[in-house]
Design a protein around this ligand. Structure first.
Ligand SMILES: Nc1ncnc2c1ncn2[C@@H]1O[C@H](COP(=O)(O)OP(=O)(O)OP(=O)(O)O)[C@@H](O)[C@H]1O
Ligand SMILES: O=P(O)(O)OC[C@H]1O[C@H](OP(=O)(O)OP(=O)(O)O)[C@H](O)[C@@H]1O
Ligand SMILES: [Mg+2]
Length: 282
C-alpha cells in the first residue's frame, strides 16, 4: 500500500486535501484524524505537520508527501521535489523597518529572526554574509519591534502581515516557494502507485488551468483561427453538416479565455462555447 504524507494544518492543509479529493482519493472529514486508508486505491494518508513532512519522506518511511518548497529546503532532509502542485505560492524575503536596512550587504553583523534558520543560514553563507540567525517558531514580524532582531526573513504572500508590523521587504527574494510533492532521495524507482498519483494530480492541474473551447468558423479561415487556439497538441477540426464551415475544438488556458474568444470573433468564428474540464489524463 502506498503511504503519502499530507499537511494536517496550516495554509497547505485544505488545498492539499481538496486536490487529493479532486484526484479521486478518499480524504478525512474530521481534522483530528491522523491516518486514513483508501482501500479502493491501495493508498494510506498520514496527516502530519507540514514542517515534519520532509523529515518523514527523507527517512523513507512514507513514499511521498506534500509540503512547501521552503519547508523542504529548511529541513535539510534527504528528499527531492517530484512535482509542483500549483497552490501555496509564496516568496521568502528579508524585511526591516523602512529605510533602516535596504540591501542584503547591510544584513552583515545584524540579527535576523526567522522560522527557517537553515534556509536563511545557507542563503547568507552562500553570499559570504555573516549575521546572527535567531530562530523563532512563528509571528517573526514582531521580532524587530520587540527588540529581538534587526531584520526578519519570512514567508510573504499578500504582504499584509509585514505592512501591519511596519516592515518593508528589501533585496531579491530568497526563494519562490509553492506546494510540492516530494519523494525520498533514496527511492531508486518511482513506485507504480506514485506514478498513478502523479498522473492524477497532473490531471487535476490541467483541469484547473485549461478550458475546452468549441467554435464554428468558415472553412477558409480555419488556419487563421487555429493559429489563435493551437491547443496542447493540435486542435480537432471537423466539417459542419452545412457546407463551407468547420467546427474546431481546442484546449485554452483558463486565464486567456476572454481574449481568445474576442480574437476568434474578430477572425470570423461564431458559436464560441467554453466548457470546464471536469477531469482528464494528458
Ligand atoms: N499566506 C501564507 N502564509 C503562510 N504560509 C503560506 C502562505 N502561503 C503559502 N504558504 C506556505 O505554507 C507553508 C507553511 O505552512 P504553515 O504556515 O501552515 O506552517 P507553519 O507555519 O509551520 O504552521 P502554523 O502557521 O500553523 O504554525 C510554507 O510552505 C509557506 O510557503
Ligand atoms: O503576506 P501575508 O499574506 O500576510 O502572509 C504571510 C504570513 O503568513 C504566515 O504566517 P502564519 O499565519 O503561518 O503564522 P506563523 O507566523 O505563526 O507561522 C507567514 O509566516 C507570514 O507571517
Ligand atoms: Mg505559518
Amino acid at each position: 500500500m502506498l503511504r503519502i504524507a499530507v499537511p494536517n494544518k496550516g495554509s497547505l492543509s485544505e488545498p492539499a486535501t481538496d486536490m487529493l479529493r479532486e484526484a479521486g482519493y478518499r480524504q478525512r472529514r474530521d481534522p483530528r484524524e491522523l491516518v486514513l486508508v483508501d482501500p479502493a486505491n491501495d493508498i494510506e494518508f498520514f496527516f502530519l505537520r507540514p514542517r515534519d513532512i520532509a523529515v518523514y519522506v527523507g527517512s523513507g518511511t512514507v513514499d511521498a508527501g506534500i509540503t512547501g518548497r521552503d519547508l523542504l529546503l529548511d529541513s535539510g532532509a534527504s528528499a527531492v521535489e517530484h512535482m509542483e502542485l500549483g497552490f501555496g505560492g509564496s516568496t521568502f524575503r528579508f524585511a526591516a523597518p523602512a529605510d533602516r536596512v535596504t540591501s542584503l550587504a547591510e544584513v552583515a553583523g545584524r540579527r535576523v529572526a526567522t522560522s527557517y534558520p537553515v534556509l536563511v543560514g545557507d542563503h547568507l553563507r552562500d553570499r559570504g554574509i555573516e549575521a546572527t540567525v535567531i530562530r523563532l517558531d512563528g509571528a517573526v514580524e514582531s521580532a524587530v519591534q520587540l527588540g529581538v532582531a534587526d531584520v526578519v526573513a519570512d514567508v510573504v504572500s499578500t504582504g499584509t502581515t509585514l505592512r501591519g508590523a511596519g516592515l518593508e521587504v528589501f533585496g531579491d527574494p530568497i526563494l519562490r516557494s509553492e506546494a510540492v510533492l516530494i519523494r525520498p532521495q533514496s527511492q531508486t524507482a518511482v513506485p507504480a502507485g506514485l506514478e498513478v498519483l502523479t498522473r492524477r494530480l497532473q490531471g487535476v492541474l490541467v483541469a484547473r488551468q485549461y478550458v475546452l473551447m468549441d467554435y464554428d468558423v468558415p472553412a477558409h479561415l480555419v488556419e487563421q483561427a487555429v493559429a489563435i487556439t493551437p491547443g496542447l497538441e493540435s486542435p480537432t477540426v471537423s466539417p459542419l453538416h452545412s457546407g463551407g464551415w468547420s467546427a474546431v475544438r481546442a484546449m485554452v488556458r483558463r486565464e486567456d479565455t476572454n481574449r481568445v474568444m474576442d480574437d476568434l470573433y474578430d477572425v470570423g468564428a461564431r458559436a464560441i462555447l467554453v466548457t470546464s474540464i471536469h477531469a482528464c489524463r494528458i
